[in-house]
Design a binder for this molecule. Structure first.
Ligand code: UDP
Length: 327
């Protein structure tokens, strides 16, 4: 049995769907602040899923999960607030939820002797890139509270391994993209801040807002490494396997190692939608580095993982989901 925190959210739900399909028993613990109960209802159709509504900020609630589910052998921890801009306005919300919430989870894990954890980290732990592509040895200087909160947890996990033997894999996501290839679930944030859903949602009187065309990049717009959500899911499955087979505490970048500019993504969206999309150019968004591309060699070698899907696949599945979710 696997405990998945944040299993009602975007990446967590795709992971749950995949492991349910492999016959695994799953307990999802989610506060439903940003995740959706509708997603849980959908997931329940595809396997043995137990849903527990609770908040990691409440130690008793997460202890209770382990108390009644003694078969939990590992935890995959997605639950977190993840909006950079919000974290700059309200750091307290981010440190309290992400760091304190994780400390409670770790307390409960140690109390019940569960010592394997896959943790959702982020490229934001690196901060402004000093070189590109970014490998795991790149200096870690986050430039916002969101990235800081994730880096703090990574450091806590190092210490918990040394002191308590808790083994963890930290997966540093670049830009997650796309949806389930059968459009059963997909990306659903309210409000939506991410590039691909925002381009696909744009309509005549609600144009897509392109933030900045004066970056020092191939076409003046920011370059990102869009990694398909089903490929991300697969990496979590491999990370669990790695830990179960005695793998040591480690971190891995999850990206494709290919960068796409905002304009390139926009063009593929138009191609897939088969129509022109209204666009408005705005000034740069605060805190956006020009280029973020992963060096993913470590994950390829040690996790035996490889991204199978490209940007077009991600945009196609995101669009299919957008059509379903709209209704
Ligand atoms: N972006 C944009 N318009 C939007 C959302 C995003 O131009 O409505 C740009 C953003 O400035 C960045 C890129 O798209 O350069 C990716 O942003 P996103 O929020 O998807 O991911 P991030 O890289 O911030 O994690």
């Amino acid at each position: 049995m696997i405990l998945v925190t944040g299993g009602a959210g975007y990446i967590g739900s795709h992971f749950v769907l995949s492991v349910l399909g492999k016959g695994e028993n799953v307990v999802v613990f989610d506060s439903l602040e940003t995740g959706h109960i509708e997603t849980i209802e959908t997931l329940k159709k595809y396997g043995n899923l137990k849903f527990i509504h609770g908040n990691l900020k409440n130690l008793d609630e997460i202890r209770g999960v382990f108390l009644v589910n003694k078969a939990i052998k590992a935890v995959v921890h997605f639950a977190a607030y993840s909006q950079v801009a919000e974290s700059m306005k309200n750091p307290q919300k981010y440190y309290y939820n992400n760091v304190y919430g994780t400390l409670n989870l770790l307390n409960a894990m140690l109390e019940f002797g569960v010592k394997k954890l896959v943790f959702s980290s982020t490229a934001a732990v690196y901060g402004e890139p000093e070189y590109t592509p970014i490998d795991e040895k790149h200096p870690q200087n986050p430039i916002n509270p969101y990235g800081n909160s994730k880096l703090m947890i990574e450091r806590i996990l190092d210490d918990y391994d040394k002191a308590y033997g808790l083994k963890s894999v930290r997966l540093r996501y670049f830009n997650a993209a796309g949806a389930d290839s059968k459009a059963r679930i997909g990306e659903w944030h309210e409000p939506e801040t991410h590039l691909i859903p925002n381009i696909l949602k744009a309509e005549k009187d609600k144009s897509f807002k392109m933030f900045g065309t004066d970056y020092d990049t191939k076409d003046g717009t920011c370059v990102r490494d869009y990694i398909n959500v089903e490929d991300l899911t697969e990496a979590h499955i491999k990370a669990l396997k790695y830990l179960m087979e005695g793998g040591t505490t480690s971190c891995f970048n999850l990206g494709t190692s290919n960068g796409s500019s905002v304009k390139e993504v926009f063009k593929v969206c138009e191609e897939i939608k088969g129509e022109s999309i209204p666009v408005e150019v705005l000034p740069r968004r605060n805190g956006d580095p020009a280029i973020l591309v992963a060096d993913n060699k470590k994950a390829l070698e040690l996790l035996d993982w490889k991204p199978e899907k490209d940007l077009k696949d991600s945009i196609r599945t995101a669009y299919n989901w957008e059509k379903v979710n709209k209704h």
